[in-house]
Ligand binder design. Sequence first.
Ligand SMILES: [Fe+2]
Ligand SMILES: [Fe+2]
Length: 172
Amino acid sequence: MLKKSIEQAFNAQINAETYSAYLYWSMSAWCEKNNLGGFANWMRIQAQEEMSHAMKFYTHVLERGGEVKLTSIDGPETEWKDIEAVFAATLRHENAVTERINHLVDLAIQEKDHAANQFLQWFVNEQVEEEKNVEQILGQLRIMGKQPGAALFMMDKEMAARVYTPPAAPAD
Ligand SMILES: [Fe+2]
Ligand SMILES: [Fe+2]
């Protein structure tokens, strides 16, 4: 049985992961509008991953006999200065998500909920990957900041190659 404190925190995380998907869909639309179809593809897949994260929490709450209570999702930003600003905002967002996941782990430990703690470890590792990938893309965008045109065009082609890989079946 799921403790109320964990149930509440996990429901809030369903909202946060869904908001992440909203944010990345919004960024994807911005990229599309600015003729960066490859980046738009990357962001759409990023959003798809976030929806799978939301569903992981959703499934865990139900599996543990808890109640899923969905709440309204805030509207994300819609405008950015340039593609570098999009990825700077993405990195800030992922850093904030990592903080949230760490707090959830703290709570699971405090409540002695070992199942929740183990479930959360997947997200601890996922956030390391997320931050690494986004830092790399942002770093590359900063390198090409001097003569953006041709280099950005090449990078857009690279971003077009990303495909969605569903997360491996959870061990929980
Ligand atoms: Fe996520
Ligand atoms: Fe994420």
